[in-house]
Ligand binder design. Structure first.
Ligand code: BG6
Ligand code: MG
Length: 216
C-alpha cells in the first residue's frame, strides 16, 4: 500500500458552493438569448470548462454562434459571475472543508488545489484560505480539461509527490475520472449513485478524517 503524501482538492462543489453563481450567470445569459434551461441540465455543467459549458447551453437553446460571438458571450457570463463571487465571504466555505485542510497540513500532508476555474485565486482570496494550499493549479495553468488528468498531475508535481501518493477530492464525474486516469485515489464528494467510480464517496469534507484517508 502506498503512503498518502498529498491531498488535491477541486474547488467548486468541494470547498465552496459556487455552482449556484455559475448557474445564475449562465441562466441570465440563456434568458437574454431567449431561452431557459433546467437545474437538471445545469448538473451537466459541473466541472466543465467555461467554453464547453457555453457550447452545451447554446446546443440546448438550439442557437448557433460564431467563435467570436461565443468568446463575447463567455466573457459576458464571466463578468456577471465575477460580480457575484466578489461578494463571497469565509461563511461560504462548505462545512468541514477548512477544518480538513488544517488537519491534513497538521499531519504533514501537502495540499494543492486542482480546479478548472480561471477565477480560483479570487475565490480563495475572498474566503481567505490561500495560505492553506502549497500549490494552486487552476484553469489558467492547464490546457486540457478534466477528465484529462493534467490539472492533478501538475498539482502532484508542484508539491513534489508521485501520483500514487495523492488523493483527489472531487464532486464531478469528470474530476473523479481525471484522478483515476492520473493514477491517483479519488474521494467523491456527493452521491454514490453519481460518483460510484471513486474509491470512497462522502457527502462533504465534514465526513472526512485521517483514518478514512489512510484506509483508501
Ligand atoms: C469548474 C466549475 O470548477 O470551473 C464549472 O465546476 C466552471 O462549472 C469551470 O465552468 C470554469 O470556471 P470559470 O470560473 O473559469 O468560468
Ligand atoms: Mg467541482
Amino acid at each position: 500500500m502506498t503512503t498518502i503524501k498529498a491531498c488535491l482538492f477541486d474547488l467548486d462543489g468541494v470547498i465552496v458552493d459556487t455552482a449556484v453563481y455559475h448557474y445564475k450567470a449562465w441562466k441570465r445569459l440563456a434568458n437574454q438569448l431567449g431561452f431557459d434551461f433546467t437545474e437538471e441540465q445545469n448538473e451537466k455543467l459541473k466541472g466543465v470548462s467555461r467554453t464547453r459549458s457555453l457550447e452545451l447551453i447554446l446546443q440546448w437553446g438550439g442557437i448557433s454562434k460564431s467563435p467570436a460571438e461565443q468568446e463575447e458571450l463567455a466573457t459576458l457570463k464571466n463578468t456577471w459571475y465575477v460580480d457575484m463571487i466578489s461578494h463571497m465571504t469565509p461563511a461560504e466555505i462548505l462545512p468541514g472543508a477548512k477544518e480538513f485542510l488544517v488537519t491534513c497540513r497538521a499531519a504533514g500532508l501537502k495540499t494543492a488545489l486542482g480546479s478548472a476555474s480561471k477565477n480560483s485565486m479570487m475565490i480563495l482570496e475572498k474566503v481567505n484560505i490561500v495560505d492553506l494550499f502549497d500549490a494552486v493549479i487552476d484553469g489558467n495553468k492547464v490546457t486540457k480539461a478534466k477528465p484529462d488528468p493534467e490539472v492533478f498531475l501538475k498539482g502532484a508535481k508542484a508539491v513534489g509527490v508521485t501520483p500514487a501518493e495523492c488523493v483527489v477530492f472531487e464532486d464531478a464525474i469528470a474530476g473523479v475520472e481525471a484522478a483515476i486516469a492520473g493514477g491517483m485515489k479519488a474521494v467523491g464528494i456527493g452521491s454514490p449513485d453519481v460518483l460510484g467510480a471513486a474509491n470512497l464517496v462522502v457527502s462533504g469534507l465534514n465526513e472526512m478524517n485521517l483514518e478514512k484517508l489512510k484506509s483508501l
